[in-house]
Design a protein around this ligand. Structure first.
Ligand code: 3H9
Length: 701
């Protein structure tokens, strides 16, 4: 028995059980184990048929993604050879499929002569989500068993389909039999194998026909759809090509074509970015010194202080997850306004058909409001979302300390303030933590969990679990001004300002970075978020960090009262009720005038320089954040930017992108930017970590 695939014989049936936790990924040892099992079974005269299944909570989650990019992924027996060995087995092979059957796991099953499925199994070819396509025959075999359109849909979307749904489709050939229940699968698969043990010839999916009656029109249509959906990713269009090949070429040629597309996609930066994202997302929830078995506090009831935009959005997350919320405000009008906004948001969802009436009613029933801190005394978690000023936070936390029950977690939604100071307002700093939501808090995926120096480990473990429950991507940050996200964005905004001073218009800067893939450039973003917010922060910093260099244009803009969309004017002009950013003569004139006061002759700045300065400014600050231990891994920084700041997914986050460009090149560019007298040379001094990695020819890990 190999460590990762078990072999047992039950009567005349051999059972090969993939056993490679957590999801029976088809790593080298598992692949070898399957091939060994097939050989053993074929050599044993007492064996009449073979069943392949998976141990634990999966049939198989597919190829072992951790092997990608290493020698092991291609090492023999590769998945193709395994599937060949299955197809060429002289004795019938039956896949017994349950829980998870994805990617290479499904491709393996499709190579088997028969398939018995358990209900409740998620069946998918999710490779497209990793920027590749199924590379072991999935694009050629799936259309032959579920039809061309259903197969293409599954391959292009990567989304799972429930086994019982496929099993119920008349004419489908994916499952030869559906077991009555997951528990009955093993027995029914054995019985099925015994029933077909002597049937010859052995059926092969590759021999089934693959046709679409209106092929040309259908594939043209599919291509158009895909082009609109996935403009930054090459894989979806290649999925269409591969499935089309299944309908037009001989099986072996289609398979070779799929292989070629698969290998080419594997080497694209888009696929590397998505694979990085897959692991970074899972790693973010793990905190190095907080073991996964750390006991968690029970969170049954949540209090939210503040019924403003943030407080309301935060509350909705918990209501959506079925957790009761009490919102506290100082005035009844504020409470009424807050509740009305929550209702309005839900009603919009109901209108769009995204939320059922009864669900809406259930959620509202979980919401209560109060003007008295006393009503928060049985809350397990209380999140403060009041005005961003230390004095206001002090008053709130002192009150909370007085009323909250022992063990309640006291969280602040502060985006820049010192969580340790806030914790010190209480006699229980171990129970205080930052929970920095992003606006709109009911929509944005990111949650920065700010770990104070005294925050208890079980508080962190609890907050990470709560984040998962309310479907957020939580990333832990240490305490510093702005935490991970806003501290970095500061440097990005600083560069955006200098670019104006040097000769750019806001629209040129926005266009360049939007072409790079950002959802929104810095100036459109400022107009959306409100330019007055940055103004207030700069005023505070002017006291704390008086030597920090900034373009004055942002202050001049605010002095003109142009706070953004909410005042109908910001870096751009806006028409009433519309969000289109219209270049503003007034603003461009203000920028020109300001240049004159600086005695600067405008120069033409290339789009490439704009993108490099904005992105590398993030990278340098990110490297410092990593070095200081504010973030525990570079993937955490990428997750913050991908889920909270609209950084383009196909670039994999700022740190991953820098590694793609090559850290040596990044340092060179920083040194060049530091020579620019209009810029802030000190900001471009490369972080020592960056210099070290660049010198060693390494990437961020
Ligand atoms: C492929 O098959 C290529 C072929 O077409 C061609 C080859 C020639 N490999 O998501 P979770 C780990 S491409 C290695 O939190 P869930 C994951 O890292 C592959 N590891 O759990 C995590 O580890 P850790 C196509 C894997 O219950 C742990 O499992 N397949 C793999 O929410 C738990 O993961 C896919 O793209 C893997 N394939 O969801 C499937 N899969 O605990 C991708 C998972 O150390 N996977 N891990 O952080 C999924 O969609 C989900 O993980 C799954 C479970 C639904 C399986």
């Amino acid at each position: 028995n190999s460590m990762t695939a078990e072999y047992k014989v039950h009567g005349s049936i051999a059972v090969i059980t993939m056993s490679n936790p957590p999801v029976n990924g088809l790593g080298l040892a598992t692949r070898q184990g399957i091939v060994d099992g097939l050989q053993r079974a074929n050599a044993d005269a007492a064996v009449k048929a073979i069943v392949i299944t998976g141990a634990g909570g999966a049939f198989s989650g597919g190829a072992d993604i951790k092997e990608f990019g290493t020698d092991k992924s291609m090492q023999e027996p590769n998945l193709h050879s395994v599937i060949n060995a299955v197809e060429n087995s002289g004795k019938p092979v039956v896949a017994a499929i349950h829980t998870v059957c994805m990617g290479g796991g499904l491709e393996l099953a499709l190579g088997c002569h028969y398939r018995v499925g358990a209900p409740g199994c998620q069946v998918a070819l999710p490779e497209v989500k990793l920027g590749i396509l199924p590379g072991a025959g999935g694009t050629q075999r799936l259309p032959r068993v579920v039809g061309v359109e259903a197969a293409l849909n599954m391959i292009v979307s990567g989304e799972p389909v429930k086994s019982e749904m496929i099993g119920a489709v008349p004419g489908q050939k994916l499952f030869d039999k559906m077991a009555a229940s997951p528990e009955a699968l093993a027995e029914e698969a054995l019985a099925f194998a015994a029933s077909i043990a002597d049937v010859r010839p052995l059926p092969l999916v590759r021999n089934l026909p693959c046709k679409h009656p209106e092929g040309d029109a259908y594939f043209q249509f599919a291509r158009n759809m895909v082009k609109g959906m996935a403009k930054n990713f090459p894989a979806p269009a290649k999925c269409v090509d591969a499935v089309e090949a299944a309908t037009k070429r001989k099986f072996a040629d289609g398979l070779a074509y799929e292989r070629e597309l698969f290998i080419n996609l594997m080497w694209t930066p888009e696929s590397r970015a998505l694979r990085h994202l897959f692991f970074a997302e899972r790693a973010a929830s793990k905190i190095p010194d907080v073991p996964s078995d750390t006991p968690k506090r029970d969170i049954q009831k949540v209090g939210v202080i503040g019924a403003g935009t943030m407080g309301g959005g935060i509350s909705m997350n918990f209501l959506n997850a079925g957790i009761p919320v009490t919102i506290l405000e100082t005035k009844q009008e504020a409470l009424d306004r807050g509740v009305a906004t929550i209702k309005k948001n839900y009603e919009a969802q109901v209108k769009k058909g995204k939320l059922k009436e009864d669900k809406y009613a259930q959620r509202m029933a979980l919401l209560s409001t109060t003007l008295s801190y006393d009503d928060l005394k049985d809350c397990d978690l209380i999140i403060e979302a009041v005005f961003e000023e230390m004095g206001v936070k002090e008053a709130v936390f002192k009150q909370l300390d007085a009323v909250a029950k022992p063990g309640a977690i006291l969280a602040s939604n502060t985006s820049t303030l010192d969580v340790d100071k806030i914790a010190a307002f209480t006699k229980r700093p171990q129970d205080v933590v930052g929970m920095h939501f992003f606006s709109p808090a009911n929509v944005m995926k990111l949650l920065e969990v700010v770990r104070g120096k005294e925050t208890a480990k079980d508080v962190l473990a609890t907050v990470m679990a709560v984040a998962k429950k309310i479907k957020k991507t939580a990333v832990v940050s240490g305490v510093c001004d702005g935490f991970i996200g806003n501290r970095m964005i500061e440097r990005y905004s600083q560069q955006a300002g200098f670019l104006l001073d040097e000769g750019c218009t806001p629209q040129q800067v926005d266009k360049a970075i939007e072409k790079f893939g950002f959802a929104m450039g810095p100036f459109r973003m400022g107009d959306l978020a409100g330019n007055d917010i940055g103004w207030a922060i700069r005023k505070r910093r002017a006291v704390e960090q008086p030597d920090m260099k900034y373009s004055k244009t942002a202050d001049l803009l605010c002095e003109m009262g142009r706070f953004g969309q909410k005042t109908g004017a910001g870096w751009y002009d806006y028409q009433a009720g519309k969000r289109d950013a219209i270049p503003s003569d007034v603003v461009n004139k203000m920028i020109e005038e300001h240049r004159k006061t600086l005695s600067v002759a405008p120069r033409k700045v290339s789009d490439e320089e704009i993108v490099q300065r904005l992105v590398f400014a993030l990278v340098n600050e990110g490297a410092k954040i990593l070095e200081e231990g504010i973030a525990s891994k570079s993937g955490d920084i990428d997750m913050v930017y991908l889920t909270g700041y609209g950084f383009p997914i196909h670039r994999g986050g700022p740190m991953h992108y820098a590694s793609e460009v090559g850290l040596f090149n990044v340092v060179l560019a920083m040194n060049r930017f530091a020579q620019n007298p209009m810029d802030d040379a000190s900001a471009w001094a490369p972080a020592p970590l960056l210099v070290k990695l660049a010198a060693e020819g390494k990437a961020f890990q």
